[in-house]
Design a protein around this ligand. Structure first.
Ligand SMILES: Cc1ncc(C[n+]2csc(CCOP(=O)(O)OP(=O)(O)O)c2C)c(N)n1
Length: 570
């Protein structure tokens, strides 16, 4: 622990140096007039040697935030993002909501219009500075972020940044928001000193209360048909081995429902797929691990006497306005720490485990045979079926590749096996995340093949021109696979689900579903120097994937526009 002195001449310079000192590697940004002191500080740092996070432009805020999100989950580090005042914040909101619901720590910042009309360095000097100011700029995301504040002077800089970072990285993690008025950034300083390292430590994940663990163990000890359901246990890569050991030892099936992080290898003998419905229907005990929606109650309910345990850093999802899943025991704890404790407390007879293991193996084999049969049936379908796309991708991907799935990949046909090799979209489902997130993942893991899988809808939401531009500009070659069913399939499914015999179901073309006259997506990628192909024939898909991945492995971004129909997307 020591005090460091640097020769910063403005708050902006001190701010950048402090971010770098606190381990922030990148500042993802979409700039405006509020950035002048930041631009000046970077330009100066280039010849003074002042440390600063590497600046990375994204030409739309949603791309900047999605990139930061991908970088954060793949690197385990905190990115900073800066956008232009109120309007840039508004554009970034969807991405910040995705990050918040998936507990991704991001230091999200925005300039503030200059507050003063004249007479202060940095005061208003163009007409937008009046209209862009808001009474409460942070109001539009106060509900979403963990904390928000405004930097009001240079003297408070260290406290403010350290508080922002320690809150963002305290369990449960999440984005924080800081606004940076132009006059404050421009404030002159005669040097800056700060503690190194920070003396404002973050709160670690809770370690699981002994009494709650004992109660959970008592429930699981009685259970004949237990099941584990998870979405995000693998957010902490250390939890993957803990879950694998726990499930194997007690022969409990694991279902990854709406998987966001790989929590258990798809090859693990206890991995029983991605659909909790058949298990929930018959379970007498359910262990929910880091899963906000372990099942959909309007589709399936556990039997009345089934006991339910929720385990997670915030097992009640305290920021969700309503969530009424039955919960007989709640364990606040990191699964990495809680599962070994539960394993040490739980007693199940060897005979019961052996029987369960046998039943589980049979059920698993039948499940996988069903998937294989489905694949065979769909292999020749035109337009191409998503299960065939998923299967071909599973065959074509490099063993250590990383998938970023904005919900159109069917995991049954493309299971991942390694921690950190799969990321699914946030349950907030703000579309437009996947393509940008893949760039952030690639930034964190440049040596790995990174593939995003999107629908045509999600792809358009991603700001394709800005995404491909960022990929080219920052040399982040990824493969984007667009499963293009020329519609918003989710809207179709929702309508048919509510009105199965309604007029929309009978109509050839109900509104707000079909996306006619879509552009040739492959050419959008080509416009930024990428490799692009349209694929209509299922037999041509393996070859197209090979060509596209060869381009990516050679440093060129690529996109496959796969003309598709069926599967979850409709
Ligand atoms: C920002 C945002 N706007 C709208 C929606 C509503 N929405 C959910 S899924 C979906 C359609 C997505 O289409 P596509 O990516 O092609 O996938 P498909 O459902 O056709 O498989 C829409 C519009 C959303 N989730 N997020």
């Amino acid at each position: 622990m020591s005090r460091q002195e640097i020769a910063a001449a403005s708050v902006a310079e001190a701010y950048l140096a402090l971010l770098a000192e606190r381990g922030i590697e990148y500042l993802f940004a979409n700039a405006g007039t509020d950035f002048a002191p930041i631009v000046e500080a970077y330009a100066k740092a280039a010849h003074t040697g002042l440390k600063a996070p590497k600046p990375l432009i994204a030409t739309h805020e949603n791309v900047a935030v999605s990139m930061a999100h991908g970088y954060a989950i793949a690197s385990g580090k905190v990115p900073a993002v800066m956008v232009h005042v109120s309007v840039g914040t508004a554009n970034a909101l969807c991405g910040i909501f995705n990050a918040a619901r998936e507990n991704v720590p991001i230091l999200f910042t925005a300039g503030r219009s200059p507050l003063t009309e004249e007479g202060v360095f940095g005061a208003r000097d163009t007409y937008i500075h009046w209209a862009q100011e808001m009474f409460d700029q942070a109001g539009m995301l106060r509900e979403i972020v963990k904390w928000e504040y405004e930097l009001r002077n240079g003297a408070q800089l260290e406290t403010v940044i350290d508080r922002a970072l320690s809150l963002a990285t305290s369990a449960p993690e999440g984005p924080v928001y800081l606004s940076l008025p132009r006059e404050v950034l421009a404030e002159p300083l005669g040097g800056f000193s700060f503690d190194s390292p920070s003396r404002r430590a973050a709160v670690a994940s809770p370690g699981a209360d002994e009494a709650a663990v004992a109660e959970a163990a008592a429930i699981l000890a009685q259970a004949k048909r237990p099941v584990i359901i998870t979405a995000s246990a693998g957010r902490d890569p250390g939890a993957v081995a803990a879950l694998a050991a726990f499930a194997a030892r007690f022969a409990i099936p694991v279902v990854e429902h709406r998987q966001r992080h790989l929590s258990l290898s798809a090859d693990h003998p206890c991995h029983l797929g991605y659909d909790p419905t058949p298990f929930v229907k018959e379970a007498d005990a359910i262990l929910v691990i880091e899963s906000d929606v372990p099942w959909v109650p309007s589709r399936v309910q556990p039997p009345g006497d089934c006991r339910v345990i929720h385990l997670g850093v915030d097992p009640l999802y305290s920021r969700y306005p309503i969530r009424g899943f039955p919960c007989d025991v709640a364990i606040a704890g990191a699964p990495r720490l809680a599962l070994p404790k539960l394993g040490a407390t739980l007693k199940v007879s060897d005979g019961a485990v052996v029987d369960r293991r046998q039943a589980l193996a049979e059920r698993r084999a039948a499940q996988r045979a069903g998937w294989a049969k489905q694949r065979e049936e769909m292999a020749a379908q035109t337009p191409i079926h998503p299960s065939w796309v998923s299967h071909c991708l599973s065959e074509a991907r490099a063993p250590d590749s990383i998938l970023v799935n904005e919900y159109t990949l069917l995991n049954e046909h493309c299971g991942s096996t390694e921690p950190g090799s799969y990321y699914g979209s946030s349950p907030a489902a703000g579309l437009g995340w996947g393509a940008g997130a893949a760039l952030g993942v690639k930034l964190a893991k440049p040596e790995r093949q990174v593939i995003s899988i999107l629908g045509d809808g999600s792809y358009i939401f991603s700001n394709p021109v800005a995404v491909h531009h960022a990929a080219q500009m920052h040399r982040l070659p990824t493969l984007t696979v667009v499963i293009n069913n020329a519609m918003w399939g989710a809207v179709r499914r929702a309508t048919l689900g509510m009105y199965p015999d309604g007029e929309a179901a009978k109509s050839n073309k109900p509104p707000f579903i079909d996306l006619d006259d879509l552009p040739a997506f492959e050419t959008v990628c080509q416009a930024s120097g990428g490799y692009g192909e349209r694929v209509e024939n299922p037999q041509q898909l393996p070859g197209a994937l090979k060509r596209a991945l060869k381009a990516v492995d050679g440093g060129q971004q690529a996109l496959l526009n796969v003309i598709s129909r069926g599967g979850a997307g409709g």
